[in-house]
Design a protein around this ligand. Structure first.
Ligand code: FUB
Length: 323
């Protein structure tokens, strides 16, 4: 693939999660819409209320197929508002969609919905996952079949409201030389419906071995966790949020710690940047979004794909977000 390309021309989709199931590539995005809510730091303007699924047998030559609405807010018993970035995992022939949604008290929780096919439709469980909080669940299946969920996001994603997996009386966002707020990782139960342990922090170290500080805003975690494995190493990638970069760090196992490596994608048009990395038919791809087609309206984003390359040492070659 020589040039980046948009995947869905007639609608606004963002925050892709991407997996290969049974030889086909499936894309699970957020579905952006115009609901008229003014833009604010809380992200209220990201007022999405359903999900579509897309698939293709050949990302280079075929258009993606839209499988229509597969889950919507009105299907979910505990729903308040805002269906943000989701992900899907497969176990024993069933497909599990993990999604963040505000409950009726305006607190983000993570829910799970089940399908018989990767393209859904997904039927939600009656309650959110016990012990879940914040946003942006990304589920990774390790080589031994164990599934791990990475999750969390700052500001509107509410991660600053929690410490040691407990809600704080008042939110606390570290600054300067204080340790950066980490993403979380948790092993999922065998039935895929719950957390098998207490979520743990995803520690990112600088190249000199010191922990990432809150003031390192061009490299610390903000939101949009993703995990992939390349040449036996674990690549944890994420958005730096208010500095608009996609970055990555490498570790030796799913829990980390991970050592910071660099930038995957420079800023795109639009405030948010969010991605997935997947291998398909022998090539690696970066899926992400930008707000070019909507003329820069950051809550109306469009899905894009481009090829991703590594150098001989396994370093990801930085891509230009404006290309
Ligand atoms: O789509 C809403 C939020 O914007 C996502 O959860 C974040 O990762 C950012 O892309």
């Amino acid at each position: 693939m020589k040039q980046p390309k948009y995947l869905v021309e007639n609608d606004f989709m963002a925050d892709p999660a991407v997996h290969v199931f049974d030889g086909k590539l499936y894309i699970y995005p957020s579905h952006d819409r115009e609901s008229g809510i003014p833009e604010n730091d809380n992200g209220d303007h990201f007022d999405m209320n359903d999900y579509h699924v897309f698939s293709t047998s050949d990302i280079e030559t075929e258009p993606v197929t839209d499988h229509g609405v597969v889950l919507k807010v009105s299907d979910i018993l505990w729903a308040g508002r805002q269906l943000w970035d989701c992900d899907v995992a497969c176990r024993n022939g069933k497909y599990y969609m993990y999604f963040p949604l505000k409950d009726q008290n305006d607190i983000f929780r993570l829910g799970v919905a089940i399908a018989d096919k990767p393209e859904g439709p997904f039927v939600p469980q009656p309650d959110p996952i016990r012990g879940s909080y914040s946003i942006d669940p990304a589920v990774f299946e390790d080589t031994d079949g164990t599934h791990y969920m990475y999750f969390g996001g700052l500001w509107g994603g509410q991660l600053q409201r929690y410490k040691d997996n407990k809600a704080l009386e008042s939110a606390y966002l570290p600054e300067g030389d204080e340790l950066a707020l980490p993403s979380r990782i948790v092993r999922l139960t065998e039935d895929m419906l719950g957390f098998a342990e207490e979520p743990r922090p995803v520690v990112i170290l600088n190249q000199d071995g010191t922990p990432m500080k809150a003031g390192q805003t061009e490299s610390r975690f903000f939101e949009a966790s993703w995990m992939h494995r390349y040449n036996g190493k674990y690549y944890f990638s994420y958005s730096t949020g208010d500095t608009h970069l996609l970055c990555y760090a490498i570790g030796d196992n799913p829990y980390g710690p991970f050592t910071y490596q660099g930038v995957i994608l420079t800023p795109v048009v639009g405030w948010t940047t969010h991605h997935a990395i997947a291998e398909f038919k022998g090539k690696w791809y970066l899926f992400h979004h930008d707000s070019v087609p909507s003329g820069g309206r950051t809550w109306l984003r469009s899905l894009k794909v481009r090829e991703l390359e590594y150098d001989a040492d396994g370093k990801i070659i930085t891509l230009d977000g404006l290309a």
